[in-house]
Write a protein of this length. Structure first.
Length: 193
């Protein structure tokens, strides 16, 4: 026997749960809260609900909210299949009967997610962690209206986008000359046709 410790508990696999819209948090909280009471700590290990923080401006006020990366889904790491490759009833029914759960993706014979799929989901969570993402994505060369700051109500053209800092470099025409201005995403809005 090797003494190397694996990160995942023996037999643990990741599965996707299909939930009712808007019930994802409730499902995650319920499973986390009651898995110990139901003596399922040896079967249910981790529950993921990937989210990102999104910012937008409405009526001149900046607001942020949490947006789900995969609406209608919760990801669960669990031991669902025994050594005989049959579903273990207790964790199966506990998860399947949780209020808000429609069922496992894959129905009565759910296939576990591939490691590459769960790695991609975790990478998205890590990339979104601690960052605000603008609700509206902009492109270089796009014309925008400035809604906040010293240049409010002027229009300009986006020259550079710095998503890591949440900043835009915009060329604004002042007295017939183009002046570069650095603004935050939420200080501009798309010009509607």
């Amino acid at each position: 026997m090797s003494t190397v410790q694996t990160t995942a508990p023996a037999g643990a696999q990741w599965f996707a749960l299909h939930t009712l819209s808007g019930q994802e948090n409730k499902v995650k909280t319920y499973i986390e809260k009651f898995r110990t009471a139901e003596e399922l700590d040896d079967f249910i290990f981790e529950i993921l609900l990937p989210t990102e923080v999104v910012s937008e401006v409405k009526a001149g006020k900046k607001s942020t909210k949490v947006r789900k990366l995969y609406p209608g889904y919760v990801f669960i790491q669990m031991r669902l299949y025994g050594e005989d490759s049959k579903i273990i009833n207790k964790p199966w029914y506990f998860v399947k009967e949780t209020s808000g759960v429609i069922g496992f993706v894959g129905g009565d014979n759910p296939a576990p997610l591939r490691q590459s799929e769960i790695d991609e989901i975790k990478a998205r969570i890590e990339a979104a962690n601690g960052k605000e993402v603008p609700k509206v994505q902009y492109t270089v060369g796009e014309e925008v209206k400035i809604t906040d700051g010293a240049f409010a109500n002027l229009t300009g053209r986006i020259d550079e986008i710095d998503p890591d800092r949440g900043k835009l470099k915009i060329s604004v025409s002042i007295f017939g000359r183009f002046t570069p201005v650095e603004l935050e995403y939420w200080q501009v809005q798309r010009i509607t046709e």
